[in-house]
Design a protein around this ligand. Structure first.
Ligand SMILES: [Zn+2]
Ligand SMILES: [Zn+2]
Length: 390
């Protein structure tokens, strides 16, 4: 039974490899940042419709989100399984996180599982969620709050990285924008009349630098002065910092948040500025289901003759889903070169044929795990038990 399901999955994905490659390059060559992914959303939706699937766009109030659904002809009595595609790019770097590949991996898993439901006498529902804005603005968190994932038994996705790992424990993170408001003045004629908002930004970053001594090894604090003033001969009356903090566990995020907010306030006080902080949605740490993660690692270890390496930092809005649903967020090695995410080199690698093949294998692995959850009741019970024990 399982051998036949595996070959159905393999064939279903091989059959569309060429078309998926075209989709992937189309998205890669037209990078769009968070919530601007109109073209990616369009080409993915049209492709799924061309295959005969019903696609609903603009779900959860996000214009560039979509869901495609397939229910087995034998009814919807089985599991509700959902896959996530991401397709947002990074400013200036483009697809330096390989989300063009995550986009097609989701399509591959969805098509393969639909085929399994069609031909292997198992019943259930499979959905592909097009989830925008992962790099910023927490698209999945918005969709979750809007109830888009309600009723799902299992949610899965894959992400390219520099190593493979099923049991990836991501960092919790919180991004924020801090603005300082001062008073402009001529920098030579009457600097004493000004209130320097640029100085407030400088003091804030310097003070965080001093605080660094007391951060835990898996905590991170990183950011930029996005606006520190415009010209040298004017005391700037405005500055803006874009900042992100991360901690190993979601429960620690509030501790670091309190410290950092105090620093931002102190910089305002020290310079006489006023300030405003706008916080984004917090990304929770990712908690993989250990039974699903083990199966993922087993298949990948055999394929690549390596052991998993989960020593990868970073955060994902999928982490929030892992706190409410049975999930798996599989990492896979994009190129075998060790190049890190969020680099121009990674963006280049995300366009290669090698990366395409590795993506489809990761997608096939996830589809096999999903199919096992559908067809093997004993395995599914173990997965559920592991979730309860987490
Ligand atoms: Zn990224
Ligand atoms: Zn990413």
């Amino acid at each position: 039974m399982l051998i036949s399901i595996e070959s159905v999955i393999h064939q279903a994905i091989s059959d569309v490899s060429h078309e998926l490659r075209k989709l992937s390059l189309e998205i890669h060559d037209n990078p769009e940042t968070a919530l601007e992914e109109k073209h990616a959303c369009y080409v993915l939706s049209r492709y799924l419709e061309s295959k005969g699937y019903k696609v609903e766009q603009g779900i959860g109030g996000l214009e560039t989100a979509f869901v495609a659904t397939y229910i087995s002809t034998s009814g919807d009595s089985g599991l509700n399984i959902g896959f996530c595609s991401e397709y947002d790019a990074l400013p200036l770097i483009g697809h330096g996180c390989g989300h063009n590949l995550i986009a097609i991996s989701g399509v591959a898993m969805f098509l393969a599982l639909s085929k399994v439901l069609d031909t292997c006498s198992v019943s259930g529902t499979v959905k592909l969620f097009g989830t925008p804005a992962e790099e910023a603005k927490g698209g999945k968190i918005v969709l979750q709050k809007q109830g888009v994932f309600e009723g799902m038994d299992l949610l899965m996705m894959v992400h390219p990285s520099a190593a493979f790992c099923g049991n990836w424990h991501s960092q919790a993170s919180l991004s924020m924008t801090v603005e300082y408001f001062g008073k402009s003045a001529h920098a030579a004629m009457s600097p004493w009349d000004g209130i320097n908002a640029g100085s407030a930004a400088t003091i804030a970053l310097q003070t965080i630098g001093v605080m660094r001594e007391q951060l835990k090894p898996d905590w991170r604090a990183h950011g930029i002065i996005a606006d520190g003033g415009q010209v040298a001969n004017v005391i700037p009356d405005y500055s803006r910092i874009e900042y992100t903090i991360r901690t190993g566990w979601s429960g620690e995020l509030g501790i670091l948040r309190t410290r950092i907010l105090r620093i931002f306030e102190a910089a305002a006080l020290a310079t006489g500025c006023t300030h405003k902080v706008k916080e984004e949605h917090a990304y929770l740490d990712n908690l993989a289901n250990p039974v699903l993660a083990e199966m993922y690692d087993d298949i990948m270890s055999v394929k690549y003759h390596k052991q998993p390496d989960c020593n990868v930092g970073g955060s994902t809005d999928f982490g929030n889903l892992s706190h409410s649903f049975i999930t798996l967020h599989g990492m896979y090695d994009l190129a075998g070169t060790g190049v890190p995410n969020h680099s121009k080199e990674f963006a280049k690698d995300a366009r290669t044929k090698e990366a395409h093949e590795r993506t489809l294998f990761a997608a096939e692995t996830i589809a096999r795990i999903a199919a096992r959850c559908l067809a093997d009741k004993e395995f599914w019970s173990k997965v559920q038990q592991a979730h309860k024990d987490m």
